[in-house]
Design a protein around this ligand. Structure first.
Ligand code: DC
Length: 233
């Protein structure tokens, strides 16, 4: 019985990782959050003082790459994979607003992308993986058996992200969260390399009015329609 590769791409804060995690858990697949990898590079550059007041010299970021070791570990309590950078659990730190404000421009650096994409392909080489990001279906795994492209109303996305920050005790303004989403979408769709685009063979999922359960049901059906007798569960 063969496992497949599932790519979930889309705009910022569409709920890609929530859906990808739920799907991976349902199928007993590995979940990889590719955005977390770019966030780690950004966090590291911030900590090293290479990003100062929102500015950086790309060559200085590139020099840091050899110092960053990333891995994901499955947490059996939270039932999700968590991000580690140089052995440190950084799940919380990489979700800070300061990281979100800089990550899109860091992820546009060619050498950063080359390194992260090599790691992503290595993690996906045995299939049985659900990876979410921006260029997973269009570039990282162009042969993925299932590609989902997620969209959602901007205010709904902003509210979701705003609620997440509040729940984590981070004090942010709704307008700042919205501005950050829009600016990230702009940079992600306009960058030269591997921009966020809908792969030709991707299936669009607009989740503006869908519950988490409805979204999961939608993608599980896609998986079963694709390989009705052939999915490892
Ligand atoms: O999914 P996220 O919001 O955590 O991603 C953070 C940033 O990383 C996003 O603004 C663009 C970048 N990214 C990317 O360039 N390619 C990916 N496959 C995933 C994320």
């Amino acid at each position: 019985m063969s496992k497949i590769t599932i790519a979930i791409d889309g705009y910022s804060s569409c709920g890609k990782s929530t859906l990808a995690k739920a799907l991976a858990s349902h199928l007993h697949y590995t979940y990889v959050d590719s955005g977390a990898m770019y966030r780690c590079v950004t966090l590291y550059a911030l900590r090293k003082g290479v990003i100062k007041d929102g500015s950086f010299i790309p060559d200085e970021v590139i020099k840091l790459l050899s110092e960053i070791k990333l891995h994901f570990e499955f947490n059996s309590q939270t039932k999700t994979s968590e991000t580690f950078m140089n052995g440190e659990h950084v799940e919380k730190d990489i979700r800070q607003m300061i990281v979100s404000e800089n990550v899109s421009r860091i992820s546009a650096i060619h050498e950063v992308r080359v390194q992260m994409i090599a790691l992503q392909r290595e993690m996906g080489k045995n299939k049985g993986i659900v990876m979410d990001g921006r260029d997973i279906g269009s570039n990282v795994f162009p042969d993925a058996e299932l590609k989902v492209f997620m969209t959602s109303d901007t205010d709904v996305r902003t509210q979701r992200r705003y609620d997440e920050y509040k729940a984590k005790g981070q004090n942010v303004a709704f307008s700042d969260v919205k501005a950050n989403l829009l600016s990230r979408d702009y940079v992600d769709t306009h960058r030269k390399e591997d921009p966020l685009i809908q792969a030709k063979d991707a299936i669009v999922l607009d989740n503006t009015e869908l519950s988490r359960e409805q979204q999961l049901e939608f993608v599980v059906k896609l998986v079963h329609d694709l390989t009705p007798y052939n999915i490892d569960r």
